[in-house]
Design a protein. Structure first.
Length: 385
C-alpha cells in the first residue's frame, strides 16, 4: 500500500500559526500509524527569500509592538474581497520569484495533501505556474475567531473554522458550504490530558487555599505585563492569591517583572516564568487568566474552562477574538485598571462555573486530521481506479 504524505505548512509571524500546525502534526502522528502516513511540518519562512521573510515577519512584529493602530488600519483596509484580489495580482509574480525554493520542496516531497495554518502558503500554492501544485488537495485552518478576506484563497480548498458565524460569513463570500467545516482551533494534545490539581499544587509549591491568577504575555512577550503586574500587586484581595507571570521569550520582561515584585513590597507570592513548555500545567492551576487574546491561547483557555480577562487586543484579528470571548461568555475585555481588578477579585472570590461544558467534546486537531485523512484515502482510491 502506498504510504501517504501529509504536508503541514505554518508561518512564524506570531506563534499561533506554528502552534496550530504542531498540534496537527502531533495528533496525526498519534492517530495514524507511521507505516501508513508520513507527516511533515515546515515553516514557510524557511523556504522564501530573505527580503520576503523580513518583510512578513519583521514588519508584523514591529507594527503590532510599536504601532498597533497602523496594523489595525491595514487589516481593516485589506479586509475586502476586491482589494485582496487586486493585491494578489500585483504580488503574484513577486511571490512566484521569492518562493522558488518552496516550489522545489513541493516537487521533492510530493505531498498527497497539504494543510496550511496561515493564508500565505496557500496563496503561493494557488499562484504556482505548475498545474500539479494546484492539483494537490488543500485545506486551510483559520487560527482566529474572525474572518479576513486574505484567508479566502480558493473555492477548491477545504476550510476549517472555529464558529458557526465564521462558516456563515465564508458561505456569504462565495465559498461552497460543503467546503467549510466547523472544527475549532487546534491546540496541543497535552491540553486535552487530565491533570491532578493536588499534584500540580505540590509540584509548584502552591497552597490549596490560594487562588491562582495566571498572567500570560504571549509567546513573544508583547503584552505590557510589568504594568499589569504592578497594578495587581497594589490591590487587597478577598481571598489569598498567587500570581504566575509568564513572560515568554522576552528576557528583558523577565527582569522587569522581577523589579516590579521587588519594588512592590507585597506579601502576594509571585512566580515569574520565562519561556516554558508547561503552559498547560499553569493553565490547569489557574482560576483566571489575564492574557492577550491570541487564537491559540483563547482556544486553550476555552478547552480547559478557564475564564479570561483580555487586555490590549491587537487591532484586527485579536479584536475579533476578544469580541468572541466576551460575546460567548468566556471572559471580559478590560480597558481600565479598575475593571481589571474588579474581574480578578470576582473570579478569585468564589468558585466560578467554567465554560468547559461548552467546549467541543472532540478536539479540533482530531476533527481536522480525521477529515483530511479520510479525504486522502478517498483520493487515493480514485487514483487507483
Amino acid at each position: 500500500m502506498h504510504k501517504k504524505k501529509l504536508l503541514i505548512i505554518s508561518v512564524s509571524a506570531g506563534r499561533g500559526h506554528v502552534r496550530a500546525a504542531e498540534a496537527l502534526k502531533k495528533t496525526a502522528t498519534a492517530l495514524v500509524a507511521d507505516t501508513e502516513l508520513t507527516v511533515e511540518h515546515i515553516d514557510m519562512m524557511e523556504y522564501v527569500s530573505m527580503p520576503l521573510r523580513k518583510a512578513i515577519i519583521e514588519t508584523y512584529d514591529v507594527l503590532v509592538r510599536t504601532i498597533p493602530s497602523l496594523w489595525g488600519y491595514i487589516y481593516e483596509k485589506t479586509n475586502d474581497d476586491k482589494r485582496v484580489k487586486t493585491v494578489s495580482k500585483i504580488i503574484k509574480k513577486a511571490n512566484q520569484f521569492n518562493s522558488r525554493k518552496f516550489y522545489q520542496f513541493l516537487n521533492t516531497f510530493d505531498p498527497d495533501y497539504i494543510i496550511c495554518t496561515h493564508s500565505f502558503p496557500a496563496q503561493v500554492i494557488e499562484q504556482s505556474r505548475e498545474p500539479r501544485h494546484k492539483g494537490i488537495p488543500l485545506s486551510v485552518v483559520i487560527t482566529d475567531y474572525g474572518i479576513h478576506s486574505y484567508w479566502l484563497v480558493s473555492t477548491r480548498a477545504t476550510y476549517f473554522v472555529a464558529t458557526k458565524k465564521m462558516k456563515w460569513e465564508m458561505v456569504q463570500k462565495g465559498i461552497p458550504e460543503k467546503h467549510v467545516i466547523i472544527s475549532g482551533i487546534p491546540v496541543d494534545p497535552i491540553f486535552c490530558m487530565n491533570k491532578s490539581i493536588p499534584d500540580l499544587h505540590s509540584k509548584y509549591h502552591i497552597s490549596s487555599t490560594e487562588r491562582v491568577v495566571l498572567l500570560l504575555s504571549g509567546g513573544q512577550g508583547f503584552m505590557k505585563s510589568d504594568t499589569v503586574l504592578a497594578l495587581l500587586l497594589q490591590h487587597t484581595y478577598t481571598n489569598p492569591i498567587r500570581i504566575i507571570a509568564v513572560a515568554g521569550k522576552n528576557k528583558k520582561l523577565v527582569k522587569q517583572l522581577g523589579a516590579v515584585v521587588q519594588s512592590a513590597g507585597t506579601s502576594i507570592p509571585v512566580d515569574i516564568v520565562g519561556w516554558t513548555e508547561t503552559v498547560d500545567e499553569y493553565l490547569h492551576l489557574a482560576d483566571v487568566v489575564v492574557t492577550k487574546p491570541g487564537g491559540s491561547t483563547t482556544s486553550e483557555c476555552i478547552l480547559l474552562g478557564k475564564p479570561m480577562i483580555v487586555i490590549n487586543p491587537i487591532p484586527g484579528q485579536e479584536e475579533h477574538n476578544a469580541e468572541y470571548i466576551a460575546d460567548a461568555g468566556y471572559g471580559h475585555i478590560v480597558r481600565t485598571g479598575t475593571d481589571l481588578l474588579y474581574y480578578v477579585d470576582m473570579y478569585t472570590t468564589k468558585p466560578m462555573s467554567t465554560c468547559s461544558d461548552q467546549a467541543r467534546t472532540t478536539p479540533a486537531a482530531e476533527v481536522i486530521v480525521k477529515t483530511v485523512y479520510r479525504d486522502m484515502i478517498i483520493n487515493m482510491k480514485s487514483k487507483n481506479k
